[in-house]
Write a protein that binds this ligand. Structure first.
Ligand code: SF4
Length: 359
């Protein structure tokens, strides 16, 4: 089965750590973008019926109900096995949530990042812990049974105490799915530029060290596990049966089609990427085509998953040296058939992936 990704790169504010091609744009551009998106989806010739849909961004939760409906109506396969919308806390009303459910959405991914006031403000976001609490109730009342909460480890001003506070909120709210990202400050983000300049805006002088961020991540792994929310991918944790069906397709190299600015598509052999900038997308710039080396990709993308990968006899031979080095150093483990990252290997996964890419 295949998935559909729809990109909606419009946000109420530009978060200080964000380096995506998303942000605050004029309303008029948003209207033109929605029209173009519906046209692109409508013109697609479907070779299969999708079973998952993912509206990402940006902030698709700010889409007007009519525009959202037009987009989803153009996608075949409803009711989908899973249909997710990314949402910024603040502004989720009972009417909006009811509209989402009626339009076929089944899952909401909340971009919370932190439940601690100082940390939230420094990201540029405006919600509070109470907002998340109230809006989760609204979503549950509307019939949303699958909720993800995004957290970021490594935000400015974060301490082990404040991180515990965010994790306590997660435990109190009981989402089915949690994503924990370790912040790597990008120098193109506002925060990154400020850090390069040696400035203090956005709390640039108070970002935790890499070691502290890794500690926060490990604490999250333990606390979530104790609540039955297990890591199934490096950054993703779920109760059994609530793993993101759509995102699993990326890690398992299954096909998906993407619509909108910067959206990627993969048909099982060739990958396409739509123009990154909204203006280029609206101007109809042709998507860029790439034929990936699937054997390599399967290897290091699959290792992101807790289930690991089952190398072919050829792969055991080809990667013999790095596999044995990482087994000896405790970054990989095997039962003789499957290969997986250990807990320590997860923290050093970039190093492991890089090695396999160069082999
Ligand atoms: S982090 Fe998300 S909400 Fe914030 S600017 Fe980037 S895309 Fe928008």
């Amino acid at each position: 089965m295949s998935g559909v990704y729809v990109s909606y790169p419009f946000c109420a504010q530009k978060c200080t750590y964000c380096n995506f091609a998303s942000g605050v744009f004029p309303r008029e551009l948003e209207v033109r973008y929605c029209d173009a998106l519906v046209r692109e989806i409508g013109a697609h010739s479907w070779q299969w019926t999708p079973d998952t849909v993912y509206l990402g961004g940006g902030t698709p939760s700010s889409l007007a109900p009519d525009a959202l409906r037009s987009m989803l109506d153009a996608i075949p396969g409803r009711p989908w096995a899973e249909a997710t919308i990314e949402a910024a806390p603040g502004g989720i009303t009972p009417d909006l949530a009811r509209n989402w459910v009626e339009a076929g959405l089944t899952r909401v991914s909340l971009g919370v990042q932190s439940f601690v006031e100082t940390e939230i403000r420094r990201t540029g976001r405006k919600h509070s812990a109470q907002t998340v609490f109230d809006e989760l109730t609204v979503l549950r009342d509307a019939g949303i049974r699958s909720v993800n909460i995004d957290l970021i480890a490594g935000l400015s001003a974060q301490t082990s105490e404040s991180w515990q506070e965010s994790l306590e909120w997660v435990e109190r709210l009981g989402p089915e799915h949690v994503s924990v990202y370790m912040l790597e400050v990008d120098e193109d983000s506002r925060l990154g530029k400020e850090m390069l300049l040696g400035g203090v805006r956005y709390g640039a002088m108070e970002t935790p060290s890499d070691e502290a961020t890794a500690d926060f991540y490990e604490t999250a792994v333990e606390r979530l596990r104790a609540r039955g929310i297990e890591r199934y991918e490096i950054s993703n944790f779920a109760r059994p049966g609530f793993e993101s069906l759509h995102n699993l397709k990326y890690w398992r190299l299954e096909p998906y089609v993407g619509f909108g600015a910067d959206a990627h598509s993969f048909d099982g052999r060739v990958r396409h990427q739509n123009a990154e900038e909204i203006a280029d997308y609206l101007a109809g710039i042709t998507p860029v085509e790439d034929v990936p080396h699937l054997e390599d990709e399967r290897f290091f993308v699959g290792l992101r998953l807790a289930e690991g990968i089952r190398p072919t006899p050829q792969e055991w031979l080809r990667f013999d040296q790095p596999i044995h080095r990482f087994l000896d150093s405790g970054l990989l483990e095997t039962n003789g058939v499957d290969l997986r990252l250990t807990d320590r290997g997860v923290l050093l996964s970039n190093e492991v992936f890089q090695e396999f890419l160069e082999t």
